[in-house]
Design a protein around this ligand. Structure first.
Ligand code: CTP
Ligand code: CA
Length: 230
């Protein structure tokens, strides 16, 4: 990383990082997905390894299996991601939810491919909301003293800018830290650079960082280390 030698301030710590984007099957060949590349989550896992942590990376649909991330668990759907994260989180000092989780999934998934019928309008796809994994982790605290970190991907809209939405989300989630970043218009998704504001559970700004995803990863761990109590 651009900050030189890593401190070994995560030595003896167990951390779980989720990365990538979950997919929900529509039929055996189609899915609802998103354009998360997983790069920020992979950078977080690598930085944690460099700082001495015992790392589990739960990766959803990463383009290639990442190297140097500790234990890698590959998942596809939100249900699989949830199971893998919760299982690793039982023993973890820190959980970072960097994955872009599909908010909704189809209610019915047919065993056979959906076919077009000439002259007929397509059947609507009925959706149901997925569990909010971050909110569950923040509420349940699977291990005492566990630090729970979320991400907030925001575009800003008529109701408020990126930071306003990010701060409101932090207050809703109950996580210790939320990394707010602007997405859309070519920012963040798939790029190597990131601009983030880290807020606490009350929505107060604790840190800002701008630069490579490696640099952002180190700033996130700096903020986490300050919150590790036991
Ligand atoms: N997240 C999660 N489970 C979900 C949805 C999101 O754990 N079902 C986590 C993400 O991993 C991220 C944080 O919650 O750490 C915020 O995700 P985001 O999509 O920005 O927020 P949502 O609460 O889904 O709100 P919305 O998409 O409506 O802005
Ligand atoms: Ca969402």
């Amino acid at each position: 990383a651009s900050r030189g030698a890593h401190p070994r301030d995560l030595a003896g710590r167990r951390v779980v990082v989720s990365a990538g984007g979950t997919r929900e099957a529509i039929d055996p060949v189609r899915f609802i997905g998103n354009s998360s590349s997983g790069k920020q989550g992979v950078a977080l896992a690598r930085a944690a390894v460099a700082r001495g942590a015992d790392v589990v990376l739960v990766g959803a649909n990463l383009a290639q299996p990442p190297s140097g991330v500790g234990t890698f668990v590959s998942v596809v759907s939100t249900a699989e991601l949830r199971d893998a994260v919760r299982s690793a989180a039982q023993e973890a000092d820190v959980v970072v939810m960097a994955a872009a989780v599909a908010d909704f999934r189809p209610v019915h998934v047919p065993d056979a491919k959906i076919k077009k019928v000439a002259g007929q309008a397509p059947a609507p796809i009925e959706l149901v909301e997925n569990p909010d994994i971050l909110r569950e982790l923040a509420t349940e605290r699977l291990r005492p003293g566990q630090v729970v970190v979320g991400f907030a991907a925001e575009t800003g809209d008529a109701d408020g800018d990126v930071l306003t939405h990010g701060r409101a989300k932090a207050r809703r989630k109950g996580a210790d830290l939320v990394v707010v970043n602007a997405v859309g218009g070519g920012r963040a998704f798939g790029t190597d650079e990131n601009d983030v504001t880290i807020v606490d559970g009350a929505g107060e700004v604790v840190e800002t960082a701008s630069g490579s995803k490696e640099l952002v990863a180190d700033v996130v761990w700096d903020a986490v280390v300050k919150r590790l109590t036991r």
